[in-house]
Write a protein that binds this ligand. Structure first.
Ligand code: FMN
Length: 343
């Protein structure tokens, strides 16, 4: 039946052309279902509640995010100021909920959050802002009611581990040296180091070896300042970032919307190798999210002359670490939360 119909259509050129064109458009149209699916799952899962989390995963994710704001504040270079008061209030609220829900009190996310409050308090005292602070009493009250003192291994900040030595020998050393650094030396970064890091990144796997990822390396202060003014994660340290990379992925490398997530997968793998390539040469970096509204994304493409077909993955701050720089502890979850071993 199907074949007969096909033969009939083929016997007439006009009919055959109309059929083929319609089929092509219908196929294109049917691809829209992938985008609707994305919208649905994003709407369904990617939102946090105003107060209580119903899932432990998102609860932990918010705690990680909140206490990371404090640990970042603690290592910020430049003029000292009172910071993070709303964050402290939210952390205490979350920690109280954590206990009310009888969640695990030995979980590193919980212990790190408690320790971050302690370290925040120390920082405020050290900087001489105890009188100005509106939240130290709240921290004291919370800590007094808490019978937990084994949090010190999560003390933040800590010194940048394994200060770079010529020829890092083991991968583990490299992994320890690669931390998000937010205070840089003003030593000039030779372009040859960036080239080497990009060559290393090029060794990353990519879907069918399509190699859609790219680096735009930017050194001009005006362009750096423009980019940082569009980005929401560099407050307090952006002004002294000596150079920036934009990681982009060219979407024209992918055949249809079944590959819609591939830019982020390939771009993420590429970026990771790039970061290690920088670290292996004694350079430090800090990824900067590109979670911007479409108008900002469009404007940035225009200003930086990046083709519209390229999707910006993230920015990366690059430079030599400031001498004796400290980095947030950024404690990691329990291995059991991350490794599911199905025997
Ligand atoms: C895609 C991405 C975006 C990030 N965006 C920011 C950012 O906007 N500002 C910032 O200070 N850190 C940013 N970070 C750095 C993370 O906070 C950091 O990787 C995390 O806390 C773990 O710390 P570590 O990199 O020192 O191991 C980002 C990291 C990634 C991977």
């Amino acid at each position: 039946m199907k074949n007969k119909l096909k033969q009939l259509l083929m016997s007439n050129n006009t009919l055959w052309f109309v059929y083929k064109t319609l089929r092509l458009y219908l196929r294109h149209l049917s691809m829209l279902r992938f985008y609707f699916y994305d919208i649905y799952t994003t709407y369904q899962y990617m939102h946090w509640p105003f107060k209580e989390h119903s899932k432990i995963e998102s609860f932990k994710a918010e705690l990680l995010l909140q206490f990371h704001k404090l640990e970042k504040g603690i290592v910020m270079p430049g003029k000292r100021r009172v910071f993070g008061e709303e964050t402290v209030i939210r952390i205490i609220e979350l920690l109280n909920l954590w206990q009310q829900q009888n969640n695990n009190l030995t979980d590193p996310v919980f212990l790190s959050s408690v320790q971050a409050l302690k370290d925040y308090k120390t920082k405020i005292i050290e900087d001489g802002f105890i009188e100005k602070s509106k939240v130290i009493k709240k921290i004291n009250d919370y800590l007094q009611g808490l019978n937990i003192d084994n949090t010190s291994i999560f003390t933040t900040p800590e010194p940048l581990c394994n200060e770079y030595k010529e020829g890092l020998s083991s991968f583990q050393d490299l992994v320890s040296f690669r931390r998000s650094v937010r205070e840089f030396d003003d030593k000039y970064v030779e372009i040859s180091f960036i080239k080497k890091a990009v060559e290393i990144a090029q060794k990353s796997p990519s879907v069918c070896n399509r190699q859609a990822s790219k680096i735009y390396y930017i050194r001009g202060r005006n362009e750096i300042d423009f980019l940082l003014s569009q980005q929401n994660g560099n407050a307090g340290f952006g002004y002294q970032i000596p150079s920036l990379a934009i990681v982009s992925v060219d979407q024209t490398h992918f055949f249809n919307s079944t590959e819609r997530n591939q830019p982020y997968i390939d771009g993420g793998l590429f970026t990771m190798s790039f970061l290690y390539g920088l670290s292996a040469q004694g350079l430090s970096s800090c990824c900067l999210n590109w979670c911007v509204v479409p108008s900002v994304d469009r404007k940035t493409h225009k200003v930086l002359k990046i083709p519209k077909s390229e999707r910006i993955m993230m920015l990366v701050a690059i430079g030599y670490p400031a001498k004796g720089v400290k980095v947030p502890k950024s404690a990691r979850k329990n291995l059991d939360d991350v490794l599911v071993y199905k025997k």
